[in-house]
Design a protein around this ligand. Structure first.
Ligand code: C5P
Length: 228
């Protein structure tokens, strides 16, 4: 098997995390959730009482924080300065971080720091890595062996995000209207900073609206096996 790098981008609720994790599992790759990295650094900013809209203060936090993200697809764990923030209402997928992360992630100083860390994680994976986010196919790893834009229509994404919130125990804000506002609002904010609504040159678009989870995993796996 050849060492391969796989880049997956997509909007909120497109299923890119669960699909990428499963592809990593089945193809022996490390898994990097770059959204979890932005969330974890944002968690540190909120812990420190930093104004997440302040570009200088946000970048200082991003550079100083110690992040520990498991790249084992069978073991999700995110720690910030030694504190496990993987789950729960006060964790990285809770409402507090979710509503602040887009503003935090918009600052060039934050992005420069976290992109460098993401490239380090990818480079350190002996058998290769699948990294997933908003700017992986375009900025973090534009030379990846496989580049996929995973999309889905808004209804499908809202339903997936709602199920995810319930399942992760991150909160009980599972009213569909709230989830829709969150998903649509965050995509609008994020798309002003990163380009994930249309595929860049050489990036394969995979619309999962009418596909099952398994069909989506198979479609990405086929692309990986062509190069692995
Ligand atoms: O993927 P997830 O929804 O967990 O990402 C959380 C946030 O992190 C996004 O809303 C976006 O603001 C930011 N992000 C980013 N670039 C990435 C991944 C995530 O700006 N590559």
């Amino acid at each position: 098997r050849r060492r391969v790098l796989v880049a997956v981008d997509g909007p909120s609720g497109s299923g890119k995390s669960s699909v990428s994790r499963e592809v990593a599992r089945r193809s022996g790759l490390a898994y990097l959730d770059t959204g979890a990295m932005y969330r974890a650094a944002c968690w540190a900013a909120l812990r420190d009482g930093v104004d997440v809209t302040d570009p200088v203060a946000a970048a200082v936090v991003a550079r100083a924080v110690t992040l520990d993200l498991s790249t084992d697809p069978d073991h999700e764990r995110v720690a910030v300065d030694g504190v496990d923030v993987t789950a729960g209402p006060d964790g990285i997928r809770g409402e507090r971080v979710t509503s602040a992360v887009s503003a935090f992630a918009a600052h060039p100083g934050v992005r420069e720091e976290l992109r460098a860390r993401q490239r380090d994680v990818m480079d350190a994976a002996p058998d290769g890595c699948i990294a997933e986010g908003r700017d992986i196919t375009t900025v973090v790893a534009p030379d990846a062996d496989v580049r996929v834009l995973l999309t889905a229509d808004a209804d499908a994404r809202v339903e997936r995000r709602r199920a995810q919130v319930v399942e992760s125990g991150s909160g009980d804000a599972v009213e569909v209207v709230d989830v829709r506002a969150g998903v649509v609002g965050r995509d609008a904010a994020d798309s002003r900073v990163t380009s994930f609504l249309s595929a860049a040159d050489g990036v394969v678009t995979l619309d999962s609206s009418a596909l099952t989870f398994e069909q989506t995993v198979q479609a990405v796996l086929r692309l990986v096996r062509e190069v692995q």
